[in-house]
Design a protein around this ligand. Structure first.
Ligand code: NAD
Length: 301
């Protein structure tokens, strides 16, 4: 008998087609959508996009063996309870690396060239004198999957000098990724642009704050595509007001979407996007395909 796989929210059609080759797929959308009440008692796998699976929901799924997250975070699943029950929880950490890295570079280019201000159509041409990325210095904080890709684009595309700070890696590992390892303070004082690529954990909350902005050259640009909370937004607004940093490109913020009356809104030298770094057709297909593959490797015999 084919295992029952519950897909509560719409995912890429190619992944549904892939699942249908080996599983009894019950979808939560479209014609013939199945409700959770009907599926919970029989589901062996769930492909979880935005829904929550806390202990009460998991308890209603006695046959569940795998929760495949469509994305990277597992904060929407009670992982402690899942572990107790022997339910595997998988994620898709590789799927949107290229998209997020490209978005970080897009933000950097947008801020350096004043594209945000120019696109409003109201700024004067004389006020829109940008800078080149070519030959400038890029500082990466966190040198994991996304940052390495940013490093490759920066070096290959713009001949940038790339610096990186990542206490989780040895200097040799950083060099092997094509960057020069440096302590955070030194990196901040040397970089023309700083891009943050760390997880949000207690040790990275407020990693860039007033003290760090003061160390940067006054023309430096701050890019954050990681998580709101890693950059202290109020300190950033003050540093921009004081001319301590030159601009910012933010895909993430403490409150999403960033409120209209936020002090970082409405500035010519700040570009804000609503957490769209991983949101490309290619990445969304890849995320769904990887989640489907995780279910298959666990459930298909
Ligand atoms: P990764 O796990 O591959 O790399 C993170 C790196 O950060 C690790 O090498 C780790 O050692 C390092 N690190 C941890 N604490 C640090 C500290 N205090 N200082 C410096 N480095 C530190 O992660 P990734 O896949 O490259 O993702 C990076 C970030 O991007 C994550 O926050 C992730 O949630 C975020 N993300 C955002 C989007 C988006 O849509 N904007 C999409 C996917 C991922």
């Amino acid at each position: 008998m084919r295992p029952v796989v519950w897909v509560p929210r719409e995912i890429h059609a190619d992944a549904v087609a892939d699942l249908e080759t080996w599983a009894d797929v019950r979808r939560g959308w479209g014609v013939g959508a199945a409700t959770e009440d009907v599926v919970a008692p029989v589901a062996e796998g769930v492909l979880l996009r935005t829904a929550r699976l806390d202990a009460p929901q998991l308890k209603r799924m006695p046959r569940l063996r795998v929760v495949a997250r469509h994305g990277v975070g597992t904060d929407t699943v009670d992982t402690a309870y899942a572990r107790e029950r022997g339910i595997r929880v998988t994620t898709t950490p590789e799927a949107n690396v290229l998209s997020v890295a490209e978005h970080a570079v897009a933000l950097l280019m947008a801020v350096r060239r004043g594209i945000g201000a120019a696109a409003t159509g109201t700024a004067s041409r004389d006020d829109l004198i940008g800078g080149e990325l070519s030959g400038s210095t890029l500082g990466l904080i966190g040198f994991g999957r996304i940052a390495r890709r940013v490093a490759r684009i920066g070096q290959g595309g713009f001949g940038m000098r790339v610096l990186a700070h990542d206490p989780g890696l040895s200097d040799d590992e950083v060099r092997a990724g094509g960057a020069q390892p440096l302590p955070l303070d030194v990196l901040l004082s040397e970089a023309d642009a700083v891009s943050v690529h760390v997880p949000l954990v207690p040790t990275t909350r407020g990693l860039l704050g007033a003290e760090q902005f003061r160390r940067m050259p006054s023309h430096a640009i701050v890019i954050n595509t990681s998580r709101g909370g890693v950059v202290d937004e109020y300190a950033l607004a003050e540093a921009l007001d004081a001319g301590e940093v030159g601009g910012a490109g933010l895909d993430v913020s403490e409150i999403e979407p960033m409120p209209d009356d936020h002090p970082l809104r409405g500035r010519a030298n700040v570009v804000v996007t609503p957490h769209i770094g991983g949101q490309t057709r290619e990445a969304m297909r890849r995320v769904a395909m990887e989640a489907a593959a995780a279910l298959r490797s666990e459930l298909a015999s």
